[in-house]
Each structure stands twice: as C-alpha cells, then as structure tokens.
Write a protein that binds this ligand. Structure first.
Ligand SMILES: CC(C)(COP(=O)(O)OP(=O)(O)OC[C@H]1O[C@@H](n2cnc3c(N)ncnc32)[C@H](O)[C@@H]1OP(=O)(O)O)[C@@H](O)C(=O)NCCC(=O)NCCS
Length: 183
C-alpha cells in the first residue's frame, strides 16, 4: 500500500463513487460534515483547504501497488500546531468487498506514521460510532485506546447515535510499533 496526498482530485473523487450507499453510511464514515448524496462540489470545497500555507488537514488516498487501484482514503484533520494534536477521520476501505482483510489496520498504521513522524504530533485521536465494531477493532489493532463515550451526540432519523473518542500518544505509538525515540 502506498499513501499519496490527493493532488488528483478527479481520480480521488471518482474513486469514492459507489462507496457511500446511504445517508446512514455517510454519517458513519464522515460525521456531519457532508450532505447526502456526497457530490463533487462538496468534496472539492473540502479538498481545497489543503492548499493553505499551514493546512489543518491532510487527505490521503491508499493505493494498492499491485494494480494501482485506489483502495482507501484517510484524513489527518483538526491539526492543532500549538498543542501538536490531530484527528484521524473519513477512513473507508473500498469497494466494500475489500474490507475485513487487514487493509484498514495497514492504512491506519500508515496514517499514524505520517502523523507522528512527518507532522511531529504528540497526540492523535478519532471518533467512532459505538456500533461500528469493525472500525473499533481496526483502531484498537492499530494501537488506539478508548478514552470515553460521547452519549447520543449525533442525531440520525428519529434517534441519536453515541461515539467513542479513541486516542494514542506518540510514546504509545512508538512502544506499540517497536519504533525507537527520534533523536
Ligand atoms: C472500518 C474499516 C476502515 C476497517 O477496515 P478493514 O480493512 O475492514 O479492517 P481490517 O480488515 O484491517 O480489520 C480490522 C479488525 O476488525 C476486525 N473485523 C473485520 N470485520 C469485522 C466485523 N464485521 N465485525 C467485527 N470485527 C471485524 C478484524 O478481525 C480486525 O480485528 P483483529 O485485528 O482483531 O483481527 C472498514 O471496515 C470500512 O471501510 N468501514 C466502512 C467505513 C467506516 O465505517 N469507516 C470508519 C469511520 S470511523
């Protein structure tokens, strides 16, 4: 797997088609940022934020090196350069039949390496709905720990969904990955 900044907007947007079948899935994947159906206008507006001199987000696509196909996306967002914190979000592996084969863990570990080594962050966190068991397992298998439950924080249809906040600190990531301290 290789991670690239999304410079090729058309390719990146095209590759999301068919990955987001419902408004419930859009909320599960992206939180309340986008409206369903997700379209080119919303995505381009979002991607443009990376052009800032000190961008507070970096968006990646994951490419299967065997066939050059896009098999996932991931974002390090909410970057706070004062406190050296960031948030992982918008992580799908797709198309859906590629899920459950270890790619998600591979992608999250690659994003953490960028966050801690290239962006020199101290803390990375994420939010995940409490029913999204495969995502929670994926994040735990990448070294994240549950830090708390935000009860009924998102409204959907006639109900509310709860999210876990999960986090990992740089030294925990180094211990977990067997990577020694940078000099
Ligand atoms: C969440 C997601 C990115 C994980 O990627 P993935 O490639 O499917 O995950 P992996 O194959 O790396 O598996 C990660 C763990 O989840 C487990 N898992 C896979 N499918 C599962 C399922 N249906 N239920 C419970 N656990 C599951 C795996 O066994 C593995 O755990 P292990 O390390 O203990 O064996 C992927 O499922 C996805 O794209 N989901 C839809 C979008 C989404 O919800 N994104 C997360 C938003 S917060």
């Amino acid at each position: 797997m290789n991670l690239h900044h999304k410079r090729l907007l058309t390719l990146s947007i095209y590759s999301l088609e068919g990955w987001i079948p419902s408004s419930a899935f859009l909320l599960q994947w992206a939180g309340p940022l986008f409206r369903y159906p997700l379209d080119r206008v919303q995505l381009v507006r979002h991607l443009k934020r990376m052009a800032d001199e000190m961008p507070d987000l970096f968006i990646y696509k994951a490419i299967d090196l065997e066939n050059e196909l896009v098999i996932g996306h991931g974002k390090i967002g909410g970057i706070d350069y004062k406190n050296n914190c960031g948030t992982l979000c918008r992580i799908p592996i797709g198309p859906p039949q590629r899920r459950g084969k270890g790619l998600g863990v591979h992608l999250v570990k690659a994003l953490l390496k960028i966050a801690f080594e290239q962006l020199a962050l101290h803390r990375v966190d994420l939010y995940v709905f409490d029913f999204n068991n495969e995502a929670i397992r994926c994040y735990e298998a990448s070294g994240f720990k549950k830090e708390g439950l935000l009860r009924e924080a998102r409204r959907f249809d006639n109900g509310y969904w709860s999210s876990y906040i999960m986090g990992i600190l740089e030294h925990e990531w180094r211990d977990y990955s067997g990577i020694s301290q940078a000099s």
